[in-house]
Design a protein around this ligand. Structure first.
Ligand code: ZN
Length: 253
């Protein structure tokens, strides 16, 4: 089982639209996911990852793909971070996105598959590895498989306490920050609380996980329609499902 955790890294290392923000999990979320994955690497794999990215570089570089959006180094990478969908789709239509990448709404699945293939072929470098670590987290961020017509929740305005914000930002950042942990504290908490769920998560197919994500996001949108605007109610309803989603992101490669 440990070999499946962060299996992309192991395989690789053994062989070796819009001006709106779309940052996936915020900095803390990506670090939490990377920290837990790093903690579960075998000693041999950890050494190999450290050799490629620097000691604990898997964590420290986990936000790099977001940081370079303002650079020209990978000009086509903007839409690698999300794959939005229409709401109300059937499971079969959603699942088809894993095989026939949608022509609109982002390029997350295609980018992740193609970068992973590069790593598996032993042709990846540190940049490839950083992208795979980061995009593997984005894939399980609810607002990165959200609705096309509101640009992944970016057009859904709401208030977080007294601050004007957007649904997308709530899930990138605010909900995680509401728990008051540092990334390392949060990672340790999730490792302790969810370790008994690891086997069940690993047993889920890619299709099952995508459908889980899609229905999770649909539930967020449904809640939005009835939400009373009370931020405390929002946190109470969603902070535990959010934590589960962070844990799933670290387990499945
Ligand atoms: Zn991202």
């Amino acid at each position: 089982m440990r070999q499946r955790v962060f299996g992309i890294l192991l395989t690789a290392l053994f062989a070796c639209v819009t001006a709106l923000p779309a940052f996936g999990w915020g900095q803390k979320g990506h670090r939490i996911i990377a920290q837990i994955a790093y903690d579960h690497l075998t000693c041999k794999a950890r050494k190999a990852v450290d050799k490629t990215l620097g000691r604990k570089g898997a964590i420290y570089w986990s936000n790099w793909p977001d940081e370079i959006k303002s650079d020209t180094i990978y000009p086509d990478s903007y839409d690698w971070h999300f794959q939005d969908f229409d709401g109300g789709l059937s499971d079969s239509v959603v699942a088809d996105a894993l095989v026939h990448y949608p022509s609109e709404g982002g390029n997350l699945f295609r980018a992740l598959d193609s970068l992973t293939a590069v790593l598996k072929a032993g042709k990846g470098d540190a940049h490839t590895l950083r992208f795979v670590i980061h995009l593997s987290g984005d894939r399980y961020c609810p607002m990165h498989t959200a609705h096309l017509d509101d640009k992944g929740g970016n057009l859904v305005k709401m208030k977080w306490f007294r601050e004007e914000t957007r649904l997308h930002t709530v899930w990138d950042t605010h909900l995680i920050e509401s728990q008051g942990y540092s990334y390392s504290e949060f990672a340790e908490k999730l490792e302790n609380e969810y370790k008994n769920h690891k086997r069940a998560i690993l047993a889920m197919s890619e299709e099952e996980l995508l459908l889980h994500n899609y229905h999770f996001t649909e539930a967020i949108y449904a809640y939005q329609q009835t939400w009373d605007g009370n931020t405390y109610h929002y946190i109470y309803r969603w902070h535990i499902p959010m934590e589960e989603q962070l844990y799933i992101a670290r387990v499945k490669e």
